[in-house]
Design a binder for this molecule. Structure first.
Ligand code: GLY
Ligand code: MN
Ligand code: MN
Length: 459
C-alpha cells in the first residue's frame, strides 16, 4: 500500500539533491533575459542552435566530472548534458506551445541510468530552471517537424559534429545526424556569428554574475591565506594545492575553474605547470595560480611567495618589479582604454626594469622573460568570452604580469629559477578606478612575510 509517507520519501531526493538544491543559483529570469538579448541580434528568418557539453569519458566506466558548455549555461541555466537549444528569430508553434522563440530538447528520464549516474531533470523541472515553455525529450526530435530549408540562416555554435565521444555518444550522435539530414546546402550555416554575439553578451557582467565571481574569489582567497600560513620546506607542491582546493570545496565551490598551477623553484617558470608533484625546499619561491569555481563562475588568482617565509634579495628585486608593473596595469583599467593598455603598461615597466637589473641589455629582449599577455576576461570561463575591444564598465579582467627566469637563461646565475607572477581579478567601473576583487589577499612583500609568520590550522 502506498502511504503519504512513502510519497514524501520519494519526493525527498528530488527536493534536496536535484538541480534546485542550491538556493543561490541564478534565477530563470536571468537566463530568459540573456536569450532575449541574443535573439534581438539575430537576422530575420534565422535559427540558432546550441548544444550542451557531452559527458567526456576518462577511461572504461569512469567519466570526467561534468561541466556545462558556458554558452549553453548562459542561455538556459541548465546543467544536464546531452541537451539542445534552438532559438528562433520569429515566433513558432510546436503543438500546444504557440508563439514561442525557444525550443529545448533534454535527455529522457531513465530509471536505470539515473540509478548509476544521478538524477536527470524532467520536463517540468527543466521548464522551471530555464523558463522555456517548449521543452521536449531528445528522443522526440526525430519526429519533430522542423524544416531547416525554411530558414535563411542557420547558426550553430559548433560545426555539426560536436564532441560526441564518451558516454554521450549515442544520444548526441543521433541528434547531430538528424540535424545534418535536415540541413540542405542552400542553408547558410554560420559558426562565427553566434560566437561573436555570445562574446559581446558575456563580456559585460550583470550584478548577479559579479556576485558569483566575487564568491569564487573569496573562497579561493581564504585558501591562499591559509596556504601562506601553512607552507614550509618539505611540503609537496600538491599539498600546497590541496589547501586552496580544500577551502574552495568546503565553501560550496563545485570545482576549480582550471587545473591548479603550483610550482616551486624551476617549476615556477613553467607557465601552465600542472604536475604539482615536486618537493618544496627552503630558498624556493612557490608560484600558486588557482581559482575555485562557484556555480560556474571562476576566480583566477596568482601569488608567489617564499617557501621558508623570507624573500631573498634577488627574489625581492624581481617580485617588486612585477608588483610595480601590476600596479601600473591596474591603474589603466578604465572604460574606453584599449584592451592592450594593461599589457603595454606592464611590459614597459618590466622591460626597463630588466635592463636596469642587468638581466637583459636591450628592452626589446624582455619577451624572453615575460612571454604572455597581461589580461583576459574572467567569468564562466577562466579565459572568458569577450570582444577584446576597448574596456567596458562591468567587465572583469585579470591583470597578471610575470617574470620567469629558468635555469640556463643568458643572465647571472643568481636569477635562475625565479618565476614570479602576481594576478588579480579586476572589475572595470563606470567612473573612477577599477575594483580589485581579489585585493584582500596580500601582495606587498612585508604583508606576505608577516602573514607567513602566523599559525596555520594545518601546522
Ligand atoms: N590560470 C591561467 C591564467 O592565469 O591565465
Ligand atoms: Mn589568468
Ligand atoms: Mn591564473
Amino acid at each position: 500500500m502506498k502511504s503519504n509517507l512513502s510519497v514524501f520519501f520519494i519526493l525527498l531526493p528530488t527536493l534536496f539533491f536535484g538541480q534546485s538544491a542550491d538556493v543561490d543559483l541564478l534565477p530563470a529570469s536571468f537566463f530568459k533575459a540573456n536569450r532575449t538579448q541574443f535573439i534581438a541580434q539575430m537576422p530575420a528568418h534565422s535559427v540558432a542552435i546550441f548544444f550542451a557539453n557531452p559527458i567526456r569519458n576518462r577511461s572504461n566506466d569512469v567519466d570526467y566530472q561534468y561541466s556545462q558548455n558556458p554558452n549553453f549555461y548562459y542561455l538556459t541555466g541548465f546543467r544536464d548534458p546531452d541537451a539542445v537549444l534552438l532559438l528562433f528569430k520569429e515566433e513558432k508553434t510546436f503543438d500546444s506551445n504557440k508563439g514561442v522563440h525557444e525550443l529545448l530538447f533534454i535527455r529522457p528520464k531513465d530509471k536505470s541510468e539515473e540509478m548509476w549516474a544521478g538524477k536527470r531533470s524532467g520536463i517540468s523541472e527543466a521548464q522551471k530552471i530555464t523558463d522555456i515553455r517548449a521543452v521536449y525529450t531528445t528522443t522526440a526530435f526525430n519526429e519533430f517537424g522542423i524544416d531547416f530549408t525554411k530558414f535563411e540562416e542557420v547558426w550553430v555554435e559548433y560545426p555539426l559534429q560536436p564532441n560526441t565521444e564518451g558516454r554521450s555518444k549515442i544520444a548526441l550522435k543521433n541528434l547531430v545526424d538528424d540535424f545534418n539530414k535536415k540541413l540542405l546546402p542552400q542553408n547558410i550555416v554560420d559558426e562565427i556569428k553566434p560566437i561573436k554575439i555570445m562574446a559581446s553578451c558575456r563580456e559585460v557582467k550583470q550584478n548577479e554574475e559579479i556576485a558569483l565571481v566575487q564568491r569564487a574569489i573569496d573562497i579561493s582567497v581564504e585558501g591562499f591565506i591559509e596556504l601562506m600560513k601553512a607552507i614550509k620546506p618539505g611540503f609537496k607542491e600538491y599539498q600546497a594545492q590541496a589547501i586552496v582546493e580544500y577551502f574552495v570545496k568546503n565553501n560550496g565551490g563545485e570545482y576549480q575553474g582550471y587545473p591548479s598551477i603550483c610550482g616551486g623553484a624551476g617549476n615556477s617558470c613553467i607557465l601552465h605547470y600542472q604536475d604539482n608533484r615536486d618537493s618544496l625546499k627552503s630558498g624556493d619561491l612557490l608560484l600558486a595560480d588557482m581559482g575555485g569555481a562557484y556555480h560556474g563562475y571562476t576566480a583566477d588568482i596568482t601569488r608567489t611567495f617564499p617557501v621558508n617565509g623570507k624573500f631573498t634579495d634577488e627574489q625581492k628585486l624581481i617580485y617588486n618589479l612585477v608588483l610595480k608593473a601590476q600596479e601600473a596595469g591596474i591603474a589603466v583599467c578604465l572604460p574606453g582604454k584599449s584592451f592592450r593598455a594593461t599589457h603595454e603598461a606592464t611590459f614597459d615597466i618590466i622591460s626597463k626594469g630588466l635592463v636596469q637589473l642587468g638581466i637583459i641589455k636591450n628592452d626589446k629582449e624582455a619577451d624572453q622573460y615575460f612571454m604572455h599577455g597581461t589580461s583576459h576576461y574572467l567569468g564562466l570561463d577562466v579565459h572568458d568570452a569577450g570582444t577584446y575591444g576597448p574596456l567596458k564598465a562591468g567587465t572583469i579582467i585579470t591583470v597578471e604580469p610575470g617574470i620567469y627566469i629558468p635555469q640556463g637563461s643568458p643572465c647571472d646565475k643568481k636569477w635562475w629559477d625565479i618565476g614570479v607572477r602576481i594576478e588579480d581579478d579586476i572589475l572595470i567601473n563606470e567612473k573612477g578606478p577599477a575594483t580589485n576583487l581579489s585585493g584582500r589577499l596580500p601582495r606587498e612583500i612585508d604583508e606576505i612575510e608577516q602573514l607567513m609568520l602566523q599559525q596555520s590550522y594545518f601546522k
